[in-house]
Design a protein around this ligand. Structure first.
Ligand SMILES: Nc1ncnc2c1ncn2[C@@H]1O[C@H](COP(=O)(O)OP(=O)(O)O)[C@@H](O)[C@H]1O
Ligand SMILES: [Mg+2]
Length: 360
């Protein structure tokens, strides 16, 4: 996709989006509702015409072609299975549309139903299938004609957590097996990280950052990405001193803390971000540069981990996620606790041209 823009009247749904998807890659568009994910997918599929920009598949420009000439497989939430057709007829549909001879249709439908592990379900109507089975039939229908590109818009959106997790693994397996270039949309950051080779984070119709899941989580390029991908503590403040890669900020609650500087193009105030699992408590704190006396304000038991909200100033609290291991004493609301984090585990986002900090 090259410099793709789509206006709906006065609304700009996507703005100057440039995106390269590699052959065989599983790329996910992740972003909050209204960030332009579906518009991007609809433009690639050909159901939406771009206001400007280009879409190229292999070496061919396709943005002027009708959807059926683009030869793309789609699983969209609003493109449900045909309710009056059996699973096998649903899967056969794209082949019949393409005038594939009957004999070949039967063979290919059988093969793809085996691929999605529903070889004996061909005769059932969609209503006689579970949600997960319907989704697998939809997937089979999308890949039966060997499209070079597969688009999935919130394909697991309507499923409960357990089913969703097993379908994620299934989807990944099928995609790998077919080697099909895939773009998926989700607003679920955990799903995006789990399933994708790369993730593009969208915000306000633009791609904020694109990278491997680990990249996004460990090196978010903007405060938005840090917030949206994973949980994070965020302190807003003013930059005091910058020394090499390290920067000290003073929070609104008069807490001084240090992290690694990242200059960002976006406007806004200086903010420090720390992941809850990087927060140290009690004896772990040792003599790390950022250490404070805090008070436990809230405790959430989440099974594998326990979340503590710890107040370190009148205006600053910190969430610590601590692995639930037997030897560790449990904290209670009101307990005084030492808390801290290493400067290298914190990112300070400093807007360019902010002028607030002086260089040492
Ligand atoms: N057909 C349409 N007419 C007018 N505005 C639209 C239309 N489709 C999408 N939009 C607007 O474009 C923006 C992006 O929408 P969309 O691509 O559906 O976001 P997402 O899929 O990330 O939730 C939103 O502000 C939405 O209201
Ligand atoms: Mg959408």
């Amino acid at each position: 996709m090259r410099r793709a823009t789509k206006h709906y009247g006065g609304i700009t749904a996507i703005k100057d989006v440039t995106l390269d998807v590699k052959p065989g890659e599983f790329l996910t568009l992740l972003g909050p509702s209204g960030s332009g994910k579906t518009t991007t997918m609809m433009a690639v599929a050909g159901f939406t015409e771009l206001s400007s920009g280009e879409i190229i598949i292999d070496e061919t420009r396709v943005d002027q072609l009708p959807p059926n000439r683009r030869n793309i497989g789609v699983v969209f939430q609003h493109l449900a299975l045909f309710p009056h057709m059996s699973a096998a007829d649903n899967v056969a549909f794209p082949l019949r549309m393409r005038g594939v001879p009957n004999e070949q249709v039967r063979t290919r439908v059988r093969r793809v139903l085996e691929l999605v592990e529903l070889p004996t379900f061909g005769d059932r109507l969609p209503a006689q299938l579970s949600g997960g089975q319907q989704q697998r039939v939809a997937f089979a229908r999308a890949v039966v004609f060997d499209p070079p590109v597969l688009l999935l818009d919130e394909p697991l959106g309507a499923m409960d957590r357990k089913l969703r997790e097993s379908m994620q693994a299934e989807l990944k397996r099928l995609q790998r097996q077919l080697g099909i270039t895939t773009i998926m949309v989700t607003h679920d950051q955990e799903e995006a990280l789990t399933i994708s080779d790369r993730v593009a984070v969208m915000n306000n119709g633009e791609i904020e950052q694109i990278g491997a899941p680990e990249d996004l989580y460990e090196n978010p390029a903007t405060p938005f990405v840090a917030d949206f991908v994973g949980d994070s503590n965020r302190f807003v403040g003013t930059a005091r001193t910058v020394a090499g890669e390290l920067c000290t900020i003073l929070t609104s609650g008069a807490v001084e803390c240090m992290g690694q500087v990242r200059h960002v193009r976006h406007a806004g105030t200086t903010a420090m971000v720390v992941r809850p699992e990087r927060v140290l408590v009690a004896s772990e704190v040792g003599d790390v540069a950022n250490r404070f006396d805090g008070v436990v304000e809230d405790v959430t038991y989440a099974g594998g981990s326990i979340k503590y909200v710890i107040r370190i100033s009148a205006a600053d609290t910190l969430v610590a996620r601590i692995r639930n291991v037997r030897h560790r004493p449990r904290l209670r609301v009101g307990d005084a606790i030492r808390v801290g984090w290493k400067p290298e585990d914190a990112i300070v986002f400093m807007p360019e041209n902010s002028g607030g900090a002086h260089q040492n």
